[in-house]
Ligand binder design. Structure first.
Ligand code: FE2
Length: 325
C-alpha cells in the first residue's frame, strides 16, 4: 500500500510517500529564515503557495499518481498553529477529493519512528532534539503502548537556545549549523550546567552566553555554550539508558544533524557498549517521509482516522499518543 504524508509544522513544507515501509519520495521546500526569525503568517503564506508544487514533486519522484495512494497522513502537532493548518487543509482536501482515509500524526513520534525504522533497533531510548523540543523517551506498554518521556527540558529546546544565541551574536542563519562552525577551535569558558536527574534547562546557559558577548570572543562562547548543552543532554541520556538497561540509543530531530552532538553521544554509548544510531540528515530535518511512514503504520494496524478527527494541536504531546503497531 502507499501512503502520502504531509509535514508543515514549522518552516518546511514536506511531502513523503511510504510504500510498505519503503520511502518512495521525500520532497520539501523550506521557508528562508531571515534575521527576524519565523513570522508564522509569512511561513503559512509560503506553505500555501508551494503546497501543490511539493505534492506533485513527491508523486513524480515516486512514479505514482493520486489514484495509486491508499491513505493520507499529515502533522497534527506540535508546531506553529498557522503552519500546521496549511498541511491539515491540504490533507483534508486530498482526502475529500480522492475519498481516502486521513490520519493525524504526532510530529515528535514521527521523528522517533523513522529513526527507529531506519536503525532497526527494536527497543531503543530516543533523544529527540529540535528547536521546540528536547526529550529523552522510550516505548513502554503501561497503561497502553506509548513513548514515555523519561527526561525533558523544563524551559526551551536546545535548538531554540542555539538560534537565540546566534541572533544575539549576529550570526547568519541557519543558526544551529552557524554556531557549530563558529565554535570550531574555540576555548572552553566556564558555563552554568543544569541537569536535575533526567531533566535539564537551557535558559540560564543562554543568558550567560549572551552576557559574555561583551567581553569574550564569539568563537569561545559558541564552543563553550554548545559543548555544555550537549554534555547536559549526554549526562541525562546516559542516566536514562542505565536506568532502563536498554542497549540502543537513537538520536533524532533537527539538532541531530550536529556532528559534535553525535560525536559526544557516540563516545558516551561506547563506554557502556550501547549501540548509537542516527538517521541520514534528510530525515533529521523536518520531512514528509516520516509522516507518511507513521501514517502507514497507523493504517496497517487498523486505524482509519477520519475527517472529524483531522484537527491540529499546537502543543500535541507525544506521551499521550497510543502506539497501535
Ligand atoms: Fe521536527
Amino acid at each position: 500500500m502507499a501512503v502520502i504524508g504531509i509535514e508543515s509544522s514549522a518552516h518546511t513544507f514536506g511531502v513523503g510517500i511510504s510504500d510498505n515501509g519503503k520511502i518512495l519520495a521525500n520532497s520539501k521546500m523550506m521557508y528562508k529564515i531571515t534575521d527576524k526569525g519565523m513570522i508564522p503568517s509569512k511561513v503559512a503564506d509560503f506553505h500555501t503557495k508551494n503546497s501543490g508544487r511539493v505534492i506533485r514533486s513527491a508523486l513524480e519522484s515516486a512514479g505514482l499518481s493520486m489514484r495509486d495512494i491508499d491513505a493520507i497522513s499529515y502533522t497534527k502537532g506540535p508546531g506553529i498553529g498557522a503552519c500546521l493548518r496549511i498541511g491539515q487543509i491540504a490533507a483534508r482536501s486530498l482526502s475529500v477529493a480522492y475519498n481516502l482515509p486521513i490520519l493525524p500524526v504526532n510530529h515528535a513520534l514521527a521523528h522517533l519512528e523513522i529513526t527507529r525504522h531506519i536503525s532497526g533497533a527494536k527497543d531503543p531510548i530516543g533523544l529527540y532534539v529540535s528547536g521546540g523540543n528536547s526529550q529523552i523517551l522510550g516505548i513502554i506498554d503501561e497503561p497502553y503502548k506509548h513513548y514515555h518521556v523519561y527526561g525533558e527540558t523544563f524551559d526551551i529546546g536546545v535548538g531554540n537556545m542555539l538560534d537565540v544565541f546566534a541572533r544575539a551574536a549576529k550570526l547568519k542563519p541557519a543558526w544551529g549549523s552557524t554556531v557549530a562552525k563558529t565554535a570550531l577551535g574555540g576555548r572552553y569558558i566556564h558555563m552554568p550546567y543544569t541537569v536535575k536527574g533526567m531533566d535539564f534547562t537551557f535558559t540560564g546557559l543562554l543568558t550567560n552566553a549572551i552576557r559574555l558577548l561583551d567581553t569574550e570572543s564569539v568563537k569561545d562562547i559558541a564552543f563553550s555554550m554548545q559543548d555544555t548543552a550537549f554534555a547536559m543532554l549526554a549526562e541525562a541520556t546516559e542516566r536514562v539508558l542505565l536506568l532502563t538497561k536498554r542497549r540502543d540509543l537513537i538520536l533524532c530531530g533537527g539538532v541531530a544533524q550536529s556532528d559534535r552532538l553525535r560525536y559526544i553521544l557516540n563516545e558516551m554509548c561506547g563506554v557502556h557498549r550501547i549501540h548509537f544510531h542516527a538517521a541520514p540528515n534528510e530525515y533529521n530535518a523536518d520531512n514528509g517521509a516520516m509522516i507518511a511512514l507513521v501514517g502507514e503504520k497507523m493504517f496497517l494496524s487498523g486505524e482509519r482516522g477520519g475527517l472529524a478527527g483531522a484537527s491540529t494541536e499546537q502543543h500535541y504531546r507525544v506521551d499521550g499518543v497510543r502506539i497501535s503497531w
